[in-house]
Ligand binder design. Sequence first.
Ligand code: NAD
Length: 271
Amino acid sequence: MTTTDPTAHRPGRLEGAVALITGAARGQGEAEARLFAAEGARVVLADVLDADGEAVAADIGDQARYVHLDVSKEDDWAAAVAATEDAFGPLSVLVNNAAILRFTTIADTTLEEYLQVIMVNQVGTFLGMRAAIDPMTRAGGGSIVNISSIDGIGSKNSLVAYSSSKGAIRSMTKTAALELGQHRIRVNSVHPGGVFTPMNGDISKDTFDAAHAQLALQRSAMPDEIAAMVLFLASDEASYCTGAEFVVDGGWLAGDINPFLPGAPPAPSRR
Ligand code: NAD
């Protein structure tokens, strides 16, 4: 008879992986860094919020490092990828998560404001993917996860720059998948709905949930709920997924609950 030793080490879902996550000082990037480390990856957290990023990396422990990386700067990418390799070996997972959000109508958006968002969200993702090709090829393959948004599929008023950048991420993910499959590099995009993070400003969870009451799940998401999808795509469990869009939106794109028709729930439930 065989018995299982409950104290025996069980490999994590990212055992052996070397991951770089941008925008990891807080919000979803932080949740992804913590989850990846818990699943056995060695993780480099990158951000422009140095004090916050250093603190999260220190809290995770020896498996984690922090690097300053402004994703819109080409030179920063070269340094961050080199620092990752120095610390842990060639990169095998990249999460292009860093982004900024601005609400202005087309009429009120200056060229400078528009380009600021494009430089971080869109150009940052392009530079990240490009920087990952060589180390991932040397690592024998890898996974790139690009964080887009439901606003990369649809949009809203006042989101011209953000939506443009997220739509571009959706498209360039497919280009990259077609070019990089030959190197065993998978590239996918994730499309979150409303996630309770500092990106949405100084707002309570209840108020933010109330703004999502018409959704099938009647609430906003917590960062760990997006991180779970990113983990799946980063891991070998997603070995046949590439060039695809993974929506994590509580039913946002499915449509709204109509409270005047049968089947509508009486009141929002809370997670
Ligand atoms: P957040 O604002 O909490 O985190 C974004 C992180 O990116 C911050 O730590 C910030 O410092 C960093 N960052 C900003 N500019 C940077 C730059 N130039 N270089 C490096 N880092 C930079 O927001 P979040 O909700 O955690 O967002 C994570 C991702 O999810 C983003 O791509 C965002 O567009 C996307 N998203 C968020 C929501 C939402 O409702 N929160 C919905 C859909 C998609």
